[in-house]
Design a protein around this ligand. Structure first.
Ligand SMILES: [Zn+2]
Length: 463
């Protein structure tokens, strides 16, 4: 993935800070940096002589992360790298001025380290952080501009860490668990499921003030995997906030992420990385005479593979759930032919049906056949985000499709016994208001089509 911001920061820094180039070591490589989520660990409080310990610590974190759900299922969506940033002294600062404990919890120290991290941030003893973000982003810009998530690994045996734009963790007790929890904040926008104090919660994947089981954002998980609506506390502001589980990793280290958090993490992975790694023919292939024509998808597959795909040739289903197809001469019409494959993730770890974004990925090839042979094949990849809200709905259903395609889109409302009740043309990037006032109460499907090809099918309830 690429960060525009970084290039800007990089430009701003030219002339002010010398570009420092450090060794970058690959800890885990799944594929092209532009098609993966790149986790980048930066060493802090490691002297040059301790770099082999840093690589051991970074590898230990990576191994721990990818044995846990949903990272073990989506391991091939991530790369992990380690930047060896040298510090003059080993360890990190401890001012011993925290107000939430009786200090000194361990001896005070003021050390010369590269990012100047410190315990006792904002008066919280275990809050290990650095406000020197310019230095962090400068190191990233000069050494690994394709980063998605920086993680500062602090060479200290004491317990501590923090979330924020970059995650920070010590290498002490529960270090790997701290990093994974902090990544829940930093990369996946999850909230703590212990009460973080008044004013510190807002609406998120795993925190809400909605207490109606029919409307809560995790309503499709209610009663499954111990998901329910649990108030954070019993009085005051804490009683107005709800979490989905009682023992998620966002509450207690050493536990798994709850199903709602896992779903949120997978949705974020899908918003960052297309499961279509590459495809053939890649584009604008002129291939005048050869038949059959082979088409191939290279997918980044979850483990086990939960991706489903549908191949459609000229609006007719051609094949399902295969990565390769061959098209014979007599499969094609003279003139223009459209071949499209639509890919989506059918993982049972995803139960989203509304208010959220459904990720649908497609590749379309346009094959021009003349009387003499194939004139041209051109290809185009599209990623669609499709949202439907509110659900349940009374009279107007809002449908938003975001994708680069200029092709025609429509939505059909289908009853559960398969009858098409209405069909409406919709526009890309607009909030399409579908009038459902004449439907009777009950459950329906909204099928969204691109050029008569089903992109997605979403359930909704008419009240
Ligand atoms: Zn959770």
């Amino acid at each position: 993935m690429k960060h525009q911001l970084l290039y800007i920061l990089c430009l701003l820094n030219i002339g002010f800070v010398n570009a420092q180039v450090f060794d970058v070591e690959t800890i885990k490589r799944s594929g092209d940096n532009n098609k993966r989520i790149n986790l980048v660990l930066l060493s802090e409080g490691y002297q040059t002589s301790e770099f082999s310990k840093f690589i051991t610590d970074a590898t230990s974190f990576s191994n721990a992360m990818f044995t846990q759900s949903p990272f073990k299922e989506y391991a091939d969506y991530f790369n992990v790298f380690a930047i060896k940033v040298p510090s003059n002294q080993s360890g990190t600062d401890h001012p011993a001025n925290a107000t939430d404990v009786t200090e000194p919890v361990f001896p005070a120290a003021t050390l010369d380290t590269y990012f100047n991290t410190s315990f006792d941030t904002s008066g919280y003893h275990r809050l290990l952080y650095t406000y020197n973000s310019a230095k962090v982003y400068n190191v990233l810009a000069n050494n690994f501009p394709e980063y998605d998530q920086p993680i500062i690994l602090v060479n200290s045996p004491e317990y501590g860490g923090a979330g924020g734009p970059y995650a920070v963790s010590s290498t002490g007790t529960s270090a790997n668990e701290i990093v994974i929890h902090e990544l829940g904040h930093s990369l996946f926008n999850l909230k703590d499921e212990y009460y973080p104090g008044d004013g510190n919660l807002n609406e998120a994947t795993n925190a809400t003030q909605e207490s109606n089981p029919a409307l809560v954002k995790w309503k499709n998980w209610m009663g499954i995997d111990a998901i329910n609506i649990y108030p954070y506390g019993s009085s005051g502001e804490s009683a107005t906030w709800n979490r989905p589980h009682q023992s998620c990793k966002m509450r207690y280290l050493g536990f798994d992420f709850c199903s709602v958090c896992q779903e949120g993490i997978i949705e974020k992975i899908h918003s960052l990385v297309s499961p279509i790694d590459s495809y053939l023919p890649a584009s604008n292939t002129v291939n005048p005479t050869a038949y059959p024509i082979d088409f191939e998808l290279n997918l980044i597959k979850p483990i086990p593979n939960t991706l489903k795909n549908t191949w459609t040739l000229n609006a007719s289903n051609f094949a399902n759930d295969v990565d390769n197809i061959s098209i014979a001469e007599n499969d094609l019409n003279t003139g223009t032919n459209d071949l499209t494959v639509v890919v989506h993730d059918d993982s049972p770890m995803l139960k989203i049906d509304n208010h959220e974004t459904t990720h649908v990925y497609s590749v379309t090839w346009t094959i021009t056949k003349s009387a003499l042979g194939i004139d041209d094949i051109s290809s185009k990849q599209n990623d669609f985000n499709i949202s439907l809200f509110p659900n349940p709905s009374n009279n107007i259903l809002n449908l938003k499709v975001e994708g680069k395609s200029a092709a025609s889109l429509k939505v059909d409302i289908i009853s559960l016994d398969g009858k098409r009740l209405q069909s409406t043309k919709i526009s890309n990037y607009e909030n399409n208001k579908i009038d459902i006032s004449r439907l009777s109460q009950g459950m329906y499907l909204a099928n969204v089509y691109l050029n008569n090809m089903l992109l997605t099918s979403k359930r909704f309830v008419k009240n």
